[in-house]
Design a protein around this ligand. Sequence first.
Ligand SMILES: *Cc1c(COP(=O)(O)O)cnc(C)c1O
Length: 228
Amino acid sequence: MSVAERIREVKNRIVNAAKRADRDPKDIVLVAVTKGVEVERIKEALAAGIRTFGESRVQEAGPKLKVLGKAASWHFIGHLQKNKVKYIAGEVDLIHSVDSIALCEEISLRAQKRGIVQNILLEVNISGEKGKFGLPPHEVMNTVRAATRLKDVSLKGLMMIPPFSDDPEDSRPFFHRLRELRDEMTGFGICPDGFSELSMGMSGDFEIGIEEGATLVRIGTAIFGQRG
Ligand SMILES: *Cc1c(COP(=O)(O)O)cnc(C)c1O
């Protein structure tokens, strides 16, 4: 199957999942994940109508943004070390994977230097798996408060990666919990306007993510095929 055919199929599945959840498919952004994917295949996705790409590796982001940057919106979705923030802040429209106050502060500093406001999501380790990136749920409130005080970052919502499983249904309780956490934070009245995004769902479980309220789904394999 070509990239274009795969994209058509993924989009249909997004529409059907949205319908099941009584949601407007327009409220769900398909982020095509480009790690390990060459520029030529990314161009195929662009030609097939993809307008948002997500890269998870800092060293791959530079060259891809240089070639394709202006033609599409780019998100950074991978683990970000503080010393790499300078390569990413101001280069992408949204950073999904912010998991500490120190990282928020570094992003704010870099954004200020560049005269922009950087949109971010907080990554939450909902499952509590050891060795997994993301804030423990009990630290989310403090981090939201701290991020909200920084002028040069704009906090848009939450992101998570559920434990690996072959059964997409296994992801549902974790997606559900992220949505509850967002609603709790909003309920406390500590969140900025527009704190509504939920980045959850990948190739194996994006339909469940959408049923549980995802506004961003990050899809690599189902579009570009198995990574080499
Ligand atoms: C690679 C990656 C994805 C996409 O995974 P697929 O299973 O290939 O769809 C999504 N999110 C993050 C953070 C990733 O690193």
